[in-house]
Write a protein that binds this ligand. Structure first.
Ligand code: GLP
Length: 244
């Protein structure tokens, strides 16, 4: 496990983009697992800048698998995760929409099979919810869960209300990769920025490994990189910090 702590989200994103670009340059990035939310967007922007500057770094053959999707939004809704992934990740990276996969509530199990058919996820980008969720795996999710339909925690709907006109507009269900699915990616990179994530980060990294804190499951993964800013790392003990 690597934990890197940076002065700002932008600095963290640049450092992570350099790692991802180096992997891509070595031919080790065919499938990228993408998260939505505000934390990963600086990383997609930093990767897109590198692509603009380096003609040898292009991603036409990259396939994207999203972590999760809301249920019940009309097709094309700007806050559906298909729209968000196309706008924030696929577009800037020059990846055509037909290479962007999202799970379907009608057949969640098909998603795990599709990931396997593509050879598995090389790098999975993750954020973390204030309650420690990853994807939409809320506290109590089993560590061996697979892609499935879930009910959203009221606190998650409240946290995500900022993307909608109000909390009532936030769907109450979603389909998410399971924790077991996420743990199968070869490399995990979790991004957390801001003081509001500090408690969840400390609980996941230094508290007990427990289904009450879904992100604590990552401690069992052999290649996981926690990319934090100072505020998100502020509740970690000094011994838990490894500077970049
Ligand atoms: C949503 C997403 C998660 C994301 C979380 C945190 O609930 N389903 O994948 O990690 O929000 O989002 P943010 O990075 O905006 O704080």
């Amino acid at each position: 496990m690597r934990v890197s702590v940076h002065p700002t989200a932008e600095a963290a994103a640049e450092s992570a983009a350099a790692t991802i670009a180096a992997l891509a340059a070595r031919g080790g990035l065919r499938v990228l697992g993408v998260a939505t939310g505000s934390s990963p967007t600086p990383v997609y922007r930093a990767l897109a800048r590198r692509r603009d500057e380096l003609p040898e770094l292009q991603f036409p053959d990259l396939t994207l698998f999203a972590l999760d999707e809301y249920l019940g939004l009309p097709p094309g809704h700007p806050e559906s995760y298909r729209s968000v992934v196309e706008r924030d990740a696929a577009g800037p990276l020059g990846i055509s929409p037909d290479r962007v996969h999202l799970p379907s509530g009608a057949d969640p199990a098909a998603y795990d099979l599709a990931i396997a058919r593509h050879g598995g996820v090389d790098v999975q980008i993750l954020g973390i919810g204030r309650n420690g969720h990853i994807g939409f795996n809320e506290p109590g999710s089993s560590f061996d869960s697979r892609t499935r339909v879930v009910d959203l925690d009221p606190s998650t709907r409240l946290a995500n209300a900022r993307f909608f006109s109000g909390v009532d507009e936030v769907p109450s269900q979603a389909v998410t990769q399971g924790i077991g699915t996420i743990l199968e990616a070869r490399i995990l990179m979790l991004f957390a920025f801001g003081a509001e994530k500090a408690e969840a980060v400390a609980a996941a990294l230094e508290g007990p490994v427990t289904e009450r804190v879904p992100a604590s499951a990552l401690r069992a993964h052999p290649d996981v990189h926690w990319v934090l800013d100072d505020a998100a790392a502020s509740r970690l003990s000094r011994s838990g910090r490894i500077e970049p």
